[in-house]
Write a protein that binds this ligand. Structure first.
Ligand SMILES: C[S@@+](CC[C@H](N)C(=O)[O-])C[C@H]1O[C@@H](n2cnc3c(N)ncnc32)[C@H](O)[C@@H]1O
Length: 265
């Protein structure tokens, strides 16, 4: 994990370099233990996409939802800043697709109206230039196109992890982060609402309920929030998290998702 000096202009950084194994851990936990899976939410989104669409997946990572997107795609373009995640993507999928290593803030030149659907799943809040990004996504969509964005809600976001981070702060504090949620809700969503003709926003309960302290700890220590709070190594973090879960009888992580669908017209 690396930190960068790039900021939103107010001294805060939203950047985070994702690790393949941490992301895999979180995806696995969401599939197994969450009240509403992200996959179910995305299945409802993909129903609104026409067959044979040109689709852009912004912050595509290792292509976790690629199969779902590809079911409607004539063309699939994935953009991500992490070469490691894109390599993992290529290893897992043989389909003819375009994967581009790029920051979403410096997108390659695509023609206007190139895409019928743009997805950004838990990634758009990394943008350091949200106003410009939303404008260019609007331009990139065809007239009947839709932007689908999913990210963390402001409602009750992972209070259990924040409490664990407060404990950690006495044994290895680096910094506390909620800038990404603020970036998402205070900058990006208002900009989408201003730029797009129709916007639907839904808050969905995606809380996680774990069967034992080991699973709780495995998930919690793979989150950016914990990784950015503590400089302890993974083994130490894991055993602290297991102890915390046992002594506080804590087996859940409360999480709502904000799902937004914006229509160009
Ligand atoms: C939480 S992961 C989500 C990945 C994928 N959308 C999914 O749902 O599995 C966030 C992704 O955003 C990517 N990312 C972070 N900052 C980015 C940036 N500035 N431009 C493009 N991608 C970025 C990360 O590399 C990572 O793949």
């Amino acid at each position: 994990m690396k930190k960068s000096n790039n900021t939103l202009g107010d001294g805060q950084s939203v950047e985070y370099v994702e690790s393949v194994s941490d992301l895999e851990n979180r995806i696995r936990a969401h599939k197994l233990f969450s009240r509403t899976s992200l996959e179910n939410v995305l299945m409802r989104c993909i129903e609104q996409v026409n067959e044979n669409s040109a689709l852009l997946d912004l912050g595509c990572g290792a292509g976790n939802f690629f199969k779902l997107f590809y079911s409607k795609a004539r063309t699939y373009v994935g953009v991500d800043i992490s070469e490691n995640l894109l390599e993992d993507f290529r290893r897992q999928h043989n389909e003819t697709i375009v994967l581009i290593k790029s920051s979403m803030d410096e997108l390659p030149i695509f023609q206007n109206s190139s895409f019928d659907a743009i997805f950004s799943i838990y990634s758009i809040y990394y943008s350091l230039r949200p106003v410009e990004l939303v404008r260019s996504l609007h331009n990139l969509l065809s007239d009947v196109g839709h932007l689908f964005v999913i990210g963390p809600s402001k409602i009750e976001h992972a209070v259990e992890i924040t409490q664990f981070c407060n404990i950690l702060s006495t044994v290895g504090l680096k910094t506390e982060k909620n800038e990404r949620i603020e970036n998402f809700h205070d900058k990006i969503i208002p900009q989408i609402t201003k730029t797009f003709q129709s916007v639907d926003i839904e808050e969905i309960d995606g809380s996680l309920y774990f069967p034992n302290p080991q699973e709780w700890a495995r998930y919690v220590v793979s989150t950016p929030q914990v990784k950015e709070t503590s400089s302890l190594d993974s083994d130490n973090l894991l055993s602290l998290a297991i102890d915390y879960s046992v002594s506080n009888n804590c087996l859940s992580v409360s999480k709502y998702m904000t799902a937004l669908i914006a229509g160009k017209q």
